[in-house]
Design a protein around this ligand. Structure first.
Ligand SMILES: [Fe+2]
Length: 156
């Protein structure tokens, strides 16, 4: 797949997640203002992750990493983007029946999935700088999952 495409896909996943959370936040702002505010924060953090990928891209553009040349890397990231799109579609199609609990559960699942994907990439890449980036992104997902679960506790 090559490093350039990998960075574009990594970046796209962060920016699409940011967009998903921000759109959803706007949509539920009236009904669930607290959750909307929380989603806005998540969205801002995804934008920070996106910038981080961009920064790493400039630093490690020359890094050679054999794993990233394999189709595995490509399919891992393609799956992530597909998942974000599916979640977006689900929210659009089920807007009327969504509860805050359900919204949080779905996003927490998405973050968990991204965490697993970033972890796989972290394990598989060999370049130290790229490893650091994946670890960074993984801990961002983890923080989001934890934040979401803590938020869920408010409703139960
Ligand atoms: Fe992220």
């Amino acid at each position: 797949m090559g490093l350039y495409s990998i960075f574009s896909q990594l970046k796209k996943a962060e920016s699409e997640a940011a967009r998903l959370y921000s759109t959803l936040s706007t949509r539920i702002a009236h009904q669930y203002p607290d959750l909307a505010q929380f989603l806005k924060t998540l969205s801002e953090e995804e934008k920070i992750h996106e910038k981080r990928v961009e920064m790493f891209k400039n630093l490690f553009f020359e890094a050679h990493d054999f794993f990233l040349e394999k189709p595995d890397a490509e399919s891992i990231l393609a799956e992530t983007l597909k998942k974000i799109e599916d979640v977006n579609t689900y929210f659009l199609q089920n807007a009327d029946i969504l509860t805050p609990q359900r919204i949080i559960q779905i996003i927490a699942e998405l973050e968990k999935d991204m965490e697993n994907k970033h972890h796989t990439l972290f394990v598989e890449v060999t370049d130290a700088g790229l490893k650091q980036l994946m670890e960074n992104l993984e801990s961002g997902d983890k923080a989001h999952s934890e934040g979401l679960n803590a938020f869920l506790a408010r409703y139960t």
